[in-house]
Design a protein around this ligand. Sequence first.
Ligand code: HEC
Length: 139
Amino acid sequence: MKTIFLKRVPLLFGLISGTIFLMSYTEIEIQAKAPWVAPASADTIKNPLKGKADAIAAGKKIYGTYCNVCHGDKGKGNGIAAAGLNPKPADHTSAKFQAQSDGAIYWKLTTGRAPMASYEKTLTVTQRWQVIDFMRTLK
Ligand code: HEC
């Protein structure tokens, strides 16, 4: 009786750890697939530099320094570091991306979501709006 029980211990252990592995794996899968959506309140944040030519020029430089490694020079999401990333960097030229409000984009830039960092400390408020003005020219 005792030996039968002992023989089953590794089996039981295998079953439990297998289940835990599957559960965490499924969780990662769900996280990866969930689209990144800014809260509705972000839509009310107004862009103080909307469409200003000097802001677009400054934003282009910022994009070329901080963003193009992942998002690519033309914003297609195909920068040199893009291949190894999951999820893939967003395509800033797409209609879906461009349909968002400036406030929603600002919120994402400020908040970040792995593998993309938060730019709250790297870029000033002004620089974040400048890069958003530049992204509007990518459509
Ligand atoms: C390390 C690579 C990396 C860098 C550098 C990076 N991003 Fe991203 N970015 C990503 C990834 C990956 C996503 C998709 C994240 C997701 O869907 O969860 C993303 C998504 C975004 C989104 C949301 C797209 C959408 O569809 O709503 C915006 C906006 C954005 N990036 C802007 C920028 C800007 C501006 C910079 C430079 C200041 C930048 N990113 C730098 C990897 C990067």
